[in-house]
Write a protein that binds this ligand. Sequence first.
Ligand code: NCD
Ligand code: ZN
Length: 347
Amino acid sequence: MAADALTLARPDDWHLHLRDGEALSRTVRDAARVFGRAIVMPNLVPPVTTAADALAYRKRVLEARPSGSSFEPLMTLYLTERTAPDEIRRARDTGHVKAVKLYPAGATTNSDAGVRDLGRVDDALDAMADAGMPLLVHGEVTDHDVDIFDREEAFIEGRLRPLLARHPTLRVVFEHVTTRAAVAFVRSQPARVAATITAHHLLLNRNDMLVGGVRPHRYCLPVLKREEDRRALLEAATSGDARFFLGSDSAPHARDRKECASGCAGVYTGHAALELYAEAFDQAGALDRLEGFASHFGADFYGLPRAQARVTLRRAERPVPTELPFAGEALVPFRAGETVAWRVESA
Ligand code: NCD
Ligand code: ZN
């Protein structure tokens, strides 16, 4: 019989979209409910490209925290072909910018200002390696002739392996891995290469998005893959291998921008992220491995202390509303109108 309660060190989310403005009251409250820290993605409009932008954004996130919350946003810079090595050093010196995000231009939401030619960011990557700052990679090619389901795999051999060879001391997080090939690649690399895995990629395959009617609220990038890929992700997440850790990629878009002729990519799991991971680990009979994945390995990779505080997950069905208020609009959360199987209590 699997356990009905599980107490673990307070987890962190190593890949999270908080958005900005009024949206922060929703996203920050949901994150702070469970997570101690989060790596905050910089794909705002306009993107967070300087240390000053990141500090100003951090302040807005802190102001959106519920009273009494000690949730700590860890900021990131958005890498462009104009990012100067000095900007990397300035960011590092703030003490609050923990990583730099690579979006191949055109790969996903608000990636237009991203990188077209990886050869043009080598100086910035050298500065990051010197500063000990990890590069967070959205690992998909954007070539028109590469099938969307193959874009992650094409990125590995075509872009990531050469980049790692050119920068032998750069630390890299392969974000939101979605394929068996990506899992195998990360396993083949030294400890400077890690990966985050989302809850929705652990729970769903592409049939869950496309069979019996298209479900726009399950559409994200990288897109959901085959069942064999989902199984490989679940195996990696529950293996105890410290190179795989929690990054929810919770990415809200208002209902109207998901349910339309050209819908945005992004799944909102922020209202129940840890609970959803618990379901996935429970399915694999590996609840005892959740603490490493959710609370230890990410902190260790970033060289940050593991949390002292603890949270308790209790097995108890919890209904998910059909929609949530979101910056004056409606947001359809993951499992809308259904239930999640766990509940979080602070210990
Ligand atoms: C993210 C977003 O909406 O910002 N969307 C997504 O589908 N994951 C961007 C990203 O991380 O790719
Ligand atoms: Zn993301």
